[in-house]
Design a protein around this ligand. Structure first.
Ligand SMILES: [Zn+2]
Length: 453
């Protein structure tokens, strides 16, 4: 995600928060379950959406937990439920569908037929026919399909979309191939033209889908995308979301800035489709954010700080533009000087010491601050241990945790473990300065902007 303009929209839809998202509910909410209880594992969701009829059919392969499968269906009108093909009576309480699976220890298949509601640009999360795009970040999956929005359960999607108007193209992956966060699934519908961008050394084929006469924007924004994607693959590890990937121009109305990490086909807002940083940032989420999920919303910096850093790193390495002046002048300075009235540029501690206890979309952590303080943390770690050496640590972290959820503290620990003994005190000071302090460190702008080695 790199869209600070979304703040009011996300706030506006927060009344639709599905059960379990506000935490503290130990009676049935998906996030309220006892941490010691054996959790269910949704392995895959096969999703068939009819965008004309506003109906869906989902087949979820799930390893049950505690003799049942529980699914968030808060935004759906469920018409039929099956368990391994046999019809069962829907048991829905407070937006949670429970399917009893007595005796089942292996995966079962839960089928759900349902209707969903068309959302408007104001209510946002879900399918928005006026904009031709779905959006379920951060935990509004149940506005579009039955799911478990909690981050520790990754899922692989297969998708089929029908009910598309003549002359329009629906862009979506038939498979996401690897486990990612539940919000990874998306479809965009519009008058798209596909631009082939090329193939990486590892064989990943990249394309851009642009709207209308957007060819110039597409070419400008993706000028270094194949090379940057190649850098990610060669430096951090194999891409986890299949042999074909790309970027899709989307219309988010007045807030069509930034993008959303719907790998393998990321969405980038129409105002930023010509922006190389936005394009490479969303690609980078294939490694951090989607490839390695965050375990808690408090780990947002692991997704956004890391991705902001590797986007600038990759662009520099492939002779693209430098993004550090942009990061520092446009974002970090207003954050640190408290000089902006923009609520997305509010200063905050970017690594809180809790896990899924904050009300994320109403917390200051949902701001640009984790992006920039996080990127500056990595930039200064690179100044201490070396940029190539930091890349080696990022690669080890990615290959260790890909397809799983991880915490920012795991990253900090690995950096400290792999750093030379003589650098550890300096790294601990950077953790304090950038991740654990409210105030920005002295000389923050010069420190973040300047590459030591
Ligand atoms: Zn992002």
């Amino acid at each position: 995600m790199l869209n600070y303009g979304f703040l009011p929209l996300v706030l506006a839809v927060s009344v639709f928060a599905p059960i379990g998202c506000d935490g503290g509910d130990d009676t049935g909410g998906l996030d309220g379950r006892d941490k010691d209880v054996v959790r269910q594992d949704i392995q895959s969701i096969d999703l068939a959406l009819d965008l004309a009829a506003l109906t869906g059919r989902a087949a979820l392969v799930v390893v049950p937990g505690e003799g049942k499968v529980t699914l968030d269906v808060a935004g759906l009108d469920v018409s039929a439920v099956t368990l391994d093909g046999a019809s069962v009576e829907p048991d829905i309480l407070d937006g949670t569908l429970t399917v009893s699976t007595p005796g089942a220890t292996d995966a079962v298949t839960v089928g759900v037929d349902y209707a969903f509601t068309a959302r408007t640009p104001m209510t946002f999360d879900g399918w928005m026919p006026l904009l031709g795009v779905t959006f379920v970040w951060p935990y509004y999956c149940s506005n579009l399909f039955p799911c478990d929005p909690s981050m520790d359960d990754g899922v692989t999607f297969t998708m089929d979309v029908t009910g598309v108007e003549d002359g329009m193209t629906a862009v979506y992956p038939t498979s996401t191939y690897g486990d990612g966060p539940t919000y990874i699934a998306a479809v965009a519908v519009g008058e798209y033209t596909k631009l082939d961008l090329g193939v990486t050394t590892a064989g990943t084929s990249l394309s851009a889908w642009y709207l209308g006469d957007g060819l110039d924007d597409a070419e400008e924004g993706t000028a270094h995308l194949v090379d940057a994607f190649d850098y990610f693959e060669q430096t951090y590890g194999p891409y986890n979301f299949g042999p074909v990937a790309g970027t899709v121009e989307v219309d988010w109305g007045a807030d069509s800035w930034g993008g959303m990490e719907h790998h393998p086909f990321v969405h980038v807002g129409k105002f930023d489709f010509n922006d190389e940083e936005a394009q490479v940032h969303e690609a980078g989420h294939g490694w951090f954010g989607d490839g390695v999920r965050i375990a808690c919303w408090e780990d947002f910096v692991l997704s956004e700080g890391t991705t902001t850093y590797i986007a600038a790193r990759a662009l520099e390495q492939v002779d693209g533009p430098s993004e550090w002046a942009y990061y520092v002048d446009d974002f970090l300075v207003p954050i640190c000087e408290d000089s902006s009235r923009d609520p997305t540029l509010v200063n905050t501690i970017v690594l809180p010491d809790t896990c899924n206890e904050i009300d994320f979309v109403n917390d200051d952590l949902w701001s640009i601050t984790p992006y920039m303080k996080g990127a500056c943390f990595y930039e200064e770690v690179a100044d201490v241990i070396g940029q190539d050496e930091l890349d080696v640590v990022l690669s080890e972290f990615y290959t260790t945790h890909v397809g799983q959820a991880a915490r920012m503290q795991d990253m900090v620990d690995l950096i400290e473990e792999r750093a030379p003994e003589t650098d550890r005190a300096a790294i601990e000071a950077l953790v304090d300065d950038w991740l654990l302090s409210f105030d920005c460190p002295e000389n923050y702008a010069a420190r973040c902007r300047t590459h030591g080695n």
